[in-house]
Design a binder for this molecule. Structure first.
Ligand code: PLP
Length: 430
């Protein structure tokens, strides 16, 4: 029987799937992540930190459009700059001045940035960075750690590699975060042929003390280009991203999500000498200089220059962390749920319990969160619109949900309280 709360969403899925495979352009927004029957599946509007589904249910949004929104949906300052640009034109036949204005701000904010090129998605930037590294070094092998997008060179190294020729996948080697030996192994077995090391400088765990600096040293010693994929950490962990926070400067950096507060813009930036390869390789797109996103970025970056956005994001994240941890402890759920990562991008880690699996508990948590009007997947992606009061509201909902989880686990009733089949780990991006 279909859940009346999500009646329209569930019905619309059939319509969407008849036209669009999976009914979504983004894997993490699809029914693979949101179980049908207990989840909203389509959104209607979003403002500040709230979002409304097509059934009219309202949520506090902790997904924040996959962490691409940092200043809240429909930020009035950003939107006003975009409206102003709309009156001048969305795209021109030649480059616009805004490209250089935004590039200048990135160079001011991001330590490794001397030169900048724009793309639309994070995958554009990471793929461009890999091509530059291969062109600059004349080598083939790339070492990866984290998630870097949908293109062949990276996705071929994951379990979701259908459609990628083995010859391409073979050129990508995976190493583990905080495990220098696993990177050393790649350097020794591909001596003189490692073009690039690309990694998320941090995702769910903090780098151990010398990890990033040792990666930097190994790359320099081997003539390998070090790329920090700061698609998420950029404009979230610090004004200049994780490289500023950890004081390790890569050769190239990729930026994406936080750049334009949800408008489609990414960038590959880095040392002028290496970025010079951009004049020789082919990285070019019709919409690379699209002006609405650049107008948004210009305003976003101005705010980062003039206001303490990072302080606001961090304070919001820390409060949410503290209140969530209090609820975890109050309900004696420390063995089942833990939080990890940076306060502005915190991961919820579920562990198997004797009466239910981690996936069952996570699915139940989502089911109950959605009912309580909290949209959360696997991380807390806070924005400046997640005010103290909003976070207290989330904590009150968590208090009810975590106590339900504790009781149900104790009485071995969690499984039977699931209204749908639990999520299955189809493809783990990290
Ligand atoms: C660290 C990282 N790199 C690259 C990407 C790819 O970005 P996009 O989905 O915009 O292509 C993502 C997207 O989630 C990401 O988190």
């Amino acid at each position: 029987m279909s859940n009346p709360r999500y009646k329209r969403s569930t019905k619309f899925l059939n319509h969407a799937e008849a036209l669009i495979p999976l009914g979504s352009q983004t894997f993490s927004k699809s029914r693979t992540q949101y179980p049908v029957g207990i989840s909203p599946l389509f959104m209607h509007k979003a403002k500040g930190c709230h979002t409304w589904d097509i059934d009219g249910n309202k949520y506090i949004d902790l997904v924040s459009s996959l962490a691409s929104v940092t200043l809240g949906y429909q930020n009035p300052v950003v939107n006003s700059a975009v409206r102003k640009q709309l009156r001048k034109g969305t795209i021109f036949s030649l480059p616009g001045k805004l490209e250089s204005d935004v590039a200048e701000k990135i160079v001011d904010l991001v330590p490794s940035a001397e030169s900048v090129r724009f793309g639309k998605n994070g995958s554009d930037a990471t793929s461009a960075a890999i091509r530059i590294a291969r062109a600059f070094t004349g080598r083939k092998i790339v070492a990866v750690c984290g998630y870097h997008g949908w293109q062949d060179w990276f996705i071929g190294s994951t379990s979701r590699n259908k459609g990628v020729p083995k010859e391409i996948s073979d050129l990508t080697k995976t190493f583990a975060f905080n495990d220098l030996a696993s990177l050393y192994q790649i350097f020794t077995s591909n001596s003189g042929n490692v073009a690039a090391v690309i990694l998320e400088p941090m995702n769910s765990t903090w780098p151990i003390e010398n990890f990033l600096s040792e990666v930097r040293r190994m790359c320099s010693e081997n003539g390998t280009i070090l790329i920090f994929d700061e698609t998420i950490t950029g404009f979230r962990f610090a004004k200049g991203g994780a490289q500023e926070l950890f004081k390790v400067i890569p050769d190239l950096t990729t930026l994406g999500k936080g750049l334009a507060n949800g408008f489609p813009l990414s960038a590959v930036v880095g040392k002028r000498e290496i970025m010079g390869e951009m004049s020789e390789i082919f990285f070019s797109g019709t919409f690379g200089g699209e002006l609405l996103s650049l107008a948004a970025a210009n305003e976003v970056l101005r705010m980062y220059q003039q206001e303490d956005i990072i302080g606001q994001l961090t304070a919001a994240g820390e409060l949410l962390d503290n209140l969530t941890n209090e609820e975890i402890v109050k309900n004696s759920l420390q063995d089942v749920l833990s939080l990890s990562g940076h306060p502005t991008w915190k991961f919820l880690n579920w562990t198997d319990h004797e009466t239910a699996t981690a996936m069952e508990i996570k699915t139940y948590f989502m089911q109950e969160c959605f009912k309580e009007g909290i949209l959360v997947l696997g991380t807390h992606n806070v924005t400046t619109k997640h005010t103290k009061n909003i976070i207290k509201e989330i904590a009150r909902a968590y208090s009810k949900i975590l106590s339900r989880i504790a009781i149900k686990l104790k009485c071995d009733q969690l499984r039977e309280s699931l209204e749908v089949a639990p999520l299955v780990p189809l493809f783990k991006v990290r």
